[in-house]
Design a protein around this ligand. Structure first.
Ligand code: PEP
Length: 260
C-alpha cells in the first residue's frame, strides 16, 4: 500500500496572524514524528509565500499548496495569478475544479483542463476535484456525472501528464455539511474512478494514481475512510483549520499504512 496523502484546504479562512499560528501549531505537532504520510497545506493564495517559507525549512514535513490558479499563461488578466508565478514561489500543489469554484466562479471542465495544463507545464501537481450533487446522487446519476468530469479533463492528458495528477472525489452533498459519504460509498466511487483510469491509461497508471476522498472527513471518521482499499488519503476542509484535528487525520493515515 502506498503512503497516504492528506491535503488541508483552508478555503477563505484565517487572518494573517491566525494563519501563522496554525502553521506553527501543525509544525509543533509534527516535530516529534517522521510520518510517511505526505502532508500538503493549501491556505489562501495570499499566504502562499508564508507556507512555502515554512515548507522549505530543513526538516519540514509538509508541502506548500494553493487553492486556485489562472487558466491563462500571463498577461492582461487583472487579479489573476499564473502557474509560473506559483512555481516561482515554490508552490508544489494546486487544487482545481473544487465544487465551490465550479458553483460560484463558473469553473467548467474545460477551464479545469486548461488550469491543469498550466500547472503541469510548471511542475505543480494539480489536485483535480470531482463529485456529484445530492440531486444527481438521488437520481442515480453520480457515476455518469463523475465519468463526464474525468472524460472532459484528465482523459485529455497524455500519460506523462496524468502521472503527476491527484484526483479528489468530493461529493458536493458532503462538503462542509457534516454529512460524510459512508466508507462504502467512498470506496465504491473511488474504485469506479480507478477503473476509468485503468480503461483509459492502463493498469499501472490506475494503481499508481492517488485518489483522495473529501467531504466532512474529520478526526473521528478518517481512520475508517482511509482503511478502504481505494482511498489513498483525504482532501480536508473544515477539519484542517484546527491543528489537533488535522494532526489526528494525518495519524489515521499513518495507522492504516503501518497496519498494512
Ligand atoms: C473541501 O472543501 O475540500 C472539503 C472537503 O471540505 P469539508 O472537509 O469541510 O467538507
Amino acid at each position: 500500500m502506498k503512503p497516504k496523502i492528506v491535503i488541508g484546504n483552508w478555503k477563505m479562512n484565517k487572518n494573517f496572524d491566525e494563519a501563522e499560528d496554525l502553521i506553527s501549531e501543525i509544525e509543533e505537532k509534527l516535530a516529534d514524528y517522521n510520518f510517511e504520510t505526505e502532508i500538503v497545506l493549501c491556505p489562501p493564495l495570499v499566504y502562499a509565500e508564508l507556507v512555502t517559507d515554512h515548507a522549505n525549512e530543513e526538516g519540514s514535513q509538509f508541502y506548500a499548496g494553493v487553492q486556485n490558479v489562472s487558466e491563462y499563461e500571463n498577461g492582461a488578466y487583472t487579479g489573476e495569478v499564473s502557474a509560473e508565478m506559483l512555481a516561482g514561489m515554490d508552490v508544489s500543489f494546486c487544487i482545481v475544479g473544487h465544487s465551490e469554484r465550479r458553483k460560484y466562479f463558473g469553473e467548467t471542465n474545460e477551464i479545469v483542463l486548461k488550469k491543469m495544463l498550466r500547472l503541469l507545464a510548471n511542475d505543480i501537481v494539480p489536485v483535480m476535484c470531482c463529485g456529484e450533487s445530492l440531486d444527481e446522487r438521488k437520481s442515480g446519476k453520480h457515476f455518469e456525472i463523475v465519468q463526464k468530469q474525468l472524460e472532459e479533463s484528465v482523459y485529455k492528458l497524455t500519460p506523462e501528464q496524468m502521472e503527476r495528477v491527484i484526483i479528489a472525489y468530493e461529493p458536493i452533498w458532503a462538503i462542509g455539511t457534516g454529512e460524510t459519504a459512508t466508507p462504502a460509498q467512498a470506496q465504491e466511487m473511488l474504485a469506479f474512478i480507478r477503473s476509468l483510469i485503468e480503461k483509459k491509461f492502463g493498469t499501472e497508471m490506475a494503481v499508481n494514481t492517488y485518489i483522495l476522498y473529501g467531504g466532512s472527513c474529520n478526526a473521528k471518521n478518517a481512520l475508517e475512510l482511509f482503511s478502504q482499499q481505494d482511498v489513498d488519503g483525504g482532501l480536508i476542509g473544515g477539519a484542517s483549520l484546527k491543528a489537533d484535528d488535522f494532526f489526528k487525520i494525518i495519524e489515521a493515515g499513518e495507522t492504516v499504512i503501518k497496519e498494512n
